[in-house]
Design a protein around this ligand. Structure first.
Ligand code: FA5
Length: 341
């Protein structure tokens, strides 16, 4: 029987070296070392041996089993590696294929316009001051000389929150009071950008949610001439030196005197079109000399200080610059519109 064992050992070992697939290896294992394999069958016959032969056979059978098991493990690893290499050679990764392009986004035209506005006012010595979007009635109206029941409240109807006296600001002007209270008694040169809200009919020129940039200059001996000169200079830098502007007297409760500034319509070059309501001009901002009551509410003494303020509509400026004839495009999320910028 020991000869049979040695024969089995030699045959199994040499067969193992010829195997090239996992399936063949599995079959070899089943036939040789498996529960119904040849070695197991041989080992079961140990009972038929003499007392002296038994331990010799048992020891050798275990050695054979262990050697065949480790040869099997080593061969299995070799076969797997060879298979992997063959797969990699036949299914090689072609790194010359172009990757998927990531889609490029662009800045919204309003963001571009805001950045241009910041740049121009920055060059003129104005710094950005951030003010809140949810305001109190006191700051949005009362501090700006618009007491309860004042008819001017009709022009600036807004969205109210469930907390009494809290509302979405209708303009960036309440920021004037915040800035004055923070900077007093220093001179001030700030712009205050941000979103404002109005309960109002949406048309091609008017939205219920839009952006404004407020401006405030407070100091000694600031006059209406400074206001006109500074705003005209802004228009020249923003729209080009050949674009005409005009000032129209107007009324705002928080400035006295007050004026609106119009820019010649860029779409029709002043001939009249739908955008400019056939007037040839587009209003871009309201402005004026800060009212003494507002000055006092901000903590400044109007007999010592004076100043001007303005509030410009960013969408209107953007429309003029890019020749956009409908304000509703800005919030429509239409890629055909946005991809043009
Ligand atoms: C005001 O909001 C004042 N707070 C401006 C001001 C500030 C005056 C400081 C004096 C001193 P008005 O409601 O006119 O004013 O709005 C200012 C600008 O915002 C307008 O000139 C216009 O360009 C823009 N605007 C107003 N309403 C809308 C709207 N519904 N949609 C888009 N832009 C608008």
């Amino acid at each position: 029987m020991i000869e049979q064992l040695e024969q089995l050992f030699e045959d199994a070992k040499s067969k193992l070296t010829t195997l090239k697939s996992t399936a063949d290896l599995e079959a070899w294992f089943r036939d040789t070392l498996g529960r119904k394999g040849q070695l197991t069958a041989l080992m079961r016959q140990v009972g038929s041996l003499s007392k002296e032969e038994k331990p010799v056979f048992g020891k050798r059978a275990n050695e054979v089993k262990q050697t065949l098991q480790s040869s099997f493990d080593a061969r299995q690893t070799e076969v797997k590696m060879a298979q992997l290499e063959a797969e990699m050679a036949s299914d090689a990764l072609d790194i010359t294929l172009p990757g998927r392009r990531s889609r490029k986004g662009g800045l919204h035209p309003i963001t571009r316009t805001l950045r241009e506005i910041y740049r121009i006012w920055g060059d003129m010595g104005f710094q950005v001051y951030q003010s809140r979007e949810v305001e109190t009635d006191e700051y949005n109206f009362e501090m700006l000389n618009i007491p309860e029941h004042h008819p001017a409240r009709d022009m600036w109807d807004t969205f109210h929150t469930t907390s009494p006296g809290m509302l979405l600001r209708t303009h960036t002007s309440p920021g004037q009071i915040h800035a004055m209270r923070e900077y007093h008694p220093e001179p001030i040169r700030v712009i205050l950008p941000g979103t404002v809200y109005r309960y109002e009919q949406i048309t091609s020129r008017s939205e219920c949610q839009f952006n404004q940039v407020e401006g405030l200059a407070i100091g000694h001996n600031i006059s209406l001439a400074d206001l006109k000169g500074t705003l005209s200079d802004f228009a020249r830098r923003m729209f080009g030196a050949d674009r005409n502007v005009r000032f129209r007297a107007n009324y705002f409760p928080f400035t006295e005197p007050s004026a609106e500034m119009d820019v010649e319509c860029i779409l029709c070059d002043g001939d009249g079109c739908q955008l400019c309501k056939h007037t040839g001009w587009l209003e871009i901002l309201g402005s004026g000399m800060v009212h003494p009551n507002v000055m006092r509410n901000g903590g400044y003494d109007p007999s010592e200080y004076s100043g001007f303020a303005f509030g410009m509509g960013v969408e209107r400026i953007c429309m003029l610059n890019y020749g956009i004839c409908d304000i509703r495009n800005f919030w429509s999320n239409d890629l055909r519109f946005l991809q043009q910028f």
